[in-house]
Design a protein. Structure first.
Length: 349
C-alpha cells in the first residue's frame, strides 16, 4: 500500500461528521483519488457523497477536483458499489471504485459472469469496521436526529453520539450495525489494486442461525412467517435494482408480455412469486452481500431466501462461497459424479 498524503484542512467533508479522525480516513482516499485522476490513470471515481441527512450518503461519480467536497466515507456508507461498475465498464477510461471487503465478492462474481471489465476498474479496497443501520437506531427510540458523530472508520469510534431535537443520545456502534455485519464473511479484500484503511472484525453471530430457526418451524409456521413478511412488499423493485447478481439486461419482471410486470398483487400468490423467483434466479451466484434487505423500505428480511439457498448448496454440494475468486465454477453449473441426487430434496421434505 502506498504512503498517502496526510489530511489537510482544505478538504471538504460532511459537516455533521467532520471529526479529525474521519477527515484523516477520508482524505487518504480523496488524495489518492485526486492523484490518479490528475495523472490520467482513471477517468472518474465511484464512491459515496454526503446526503441531505447525516445517515444517508449515496453512491456518486466524482470527475473533477471540486467534486470531492461532498465525498464521504463513514459507517453509513453501506452501499455495495460493485453493481454500478456494470455500467461504468461501458464508459471510456478506467473507473476508480472504492470497495469494502464484502463488496469484492460481488465484483469477483461479476467478473466471472463477464458483466464487468477488470481492465476498466482501479479498485481501492477501503477499510471497514461494520456498517450502520439507521432503522436499528430509530428502533431504539431515538427520533428527531439532527447529527451523528462516532460513525468514523476508526478503532476508537465505538459509541455513536446522536444529537436530536429532544436532546443528546448515545448508542453502541455494534448495536447499530447492519445484520450482515454481525455475520461478516471476513475483512479480507478478495480483489484490489491497493488498500487504504484498516478493518475491524465484527462477526459475533453465526451466519445460518436465522435460516435454521425457520427450518425448525412447522410448515404452517413457515408459511405464516413468510406470509407476514412478504405481505409488506410494495413491489418498488429496490431489492432487484440494487442486487449485483440481478444483472440481466432486461428482467423478466419488466416484460410486458407477462402479468409479472404488474405492481399490484391480484392475490396472495403474486406477492410471493416475485421474491421466490428472484431468489431462484440468483441461486449459486448470490454472495450474501445483504443489499436486498438493506434497501428494502418495508424492512423485509429478504436475505433469508438467498441464505437458505446458500446453506442448502453448502450441504448438498460442499461449501462454496460465490465471488471468493474469479475462476471456480459454481456448484449449479459444474456437474460432478458426487452431486446430490435431485430426489434428496423430496425425501428430506
Amino acid at each position: 500500500m502506498q504512503e498517502l498524503v496526510a489530511a489537510t484542512s482544505q478538504v471538504g467533508t460532511c459537516s455533521h461528521l467532520a471529526t479529525a479522525e474521519q477527515r484523516e480516513s477520508q482524505t487518504r482516499v480523496i488524495n489518492r483519488a485526486k492523484e490518479l485522476l490528475a495523472d490520467g490513470t482513471v477517468a472518474r471515481v465511484l464512491g459515496w457523497k454526503a446526503g441531505d441527512l447525516p445517515y444517508n450518503p449515496e453512491p456518486a461519480y466524482f470527475e473533477k477536483e471540486e467534486d470531492f467536497e461532498n465525498f464521504v466515507y463513514n459507517g453509513f456508507c453501506g452501499a455495495n458499489l460493485s453493481k454500478y461498475m456494470i455500467e461504468a465498464s461501458k464508459l471510456e477510461g478506467k473507473t476508480l471504485v472504492c470497495l469494502k471487503p464484502c463488496d469484492t465478492y460481488s465484483f469477483n462474481q461479476l467478473i466471472k459472469e463477464h458483466r464487468v471489465d477488470r481492465e476498466k476498474a482501479y479498485i481501492i479496497g477501503v477499510g471497514c469496521k461494520g456498517k450502520l443501520d439507521i432503522e436499528k437506531i430509530k428502533g431504539m427510540g431515538i427520533k428527531g436526529i439532527e447529527s451523528i458523530s462516532g460513525a468514523e472508520i476508526t478503532e476508537e469510534a465505538d459509541t455513536l453520539a446522536i444529537r436530536t431535537l429532544y436532546g443528546e443520545k448515545t448508542c453502541s456502534y455494534a448495536d447499530a450495525m447492519l445484520e450482515r455485519c454481525h455475520v461478516c464473511k471476513g475483512k479480507e479484500h478478495k480483489i484490489y489494486d491497493e488498500l487504504i484503511g484498516e478493518s475491524k472484525e465484527t462477526k459475533d453471530a453465526e451466519r445460518f442461525d436465522g435460516v435454521a430457526a425457520i427450518e425448525a418451524m412447522s410448515p404452517e409456521e413457515k408459511f405464516a412467517f413468510f406470509q407476514k413478511e412478504l405481505s409488506k412488499c410494495i413491489r418498488c423493485n429496490a431489492c432487484r435494482n440494487v442486487c449485483p447478481a440481478c444483472s440481466c439486461r432486461k428482467c423478466v419482471f419488466d416484460s410486458n408480455k407477462f402479468d409479472s410486470s404488474q405492481k399490484a398483487n391480484a392475490d396472495s400468490f403474486e406477492e410471493k412469486m416475485f421474491h421466490i423467483i428472484r431468489a431462484f434466479h440468483v441461486a449459486g451466484r448470490c454472495t450474501d452481500c445483504g443489499e436486498c434487505s438493506r434497501v428494502c423500505p418495508q424492512g423485509i428480511p429478504l436475505h433469508l431466501f438467498n441464505r437458505k439457498f446458500i446453506k442448502d448448496i453448502d450441504e448438498f454440494y460442499g461449501e462454496y462461497q460465490a465471488g471468493e475468486d474469479t475462476d471456480s465454477k459454481g456448484p449449479l453449473t459444474n456437474f460432478t459424479f458426487d452431486d446430490v441426487e435431485p430426489g434428496i430434496v423430496a425425501e428430506r421434505g
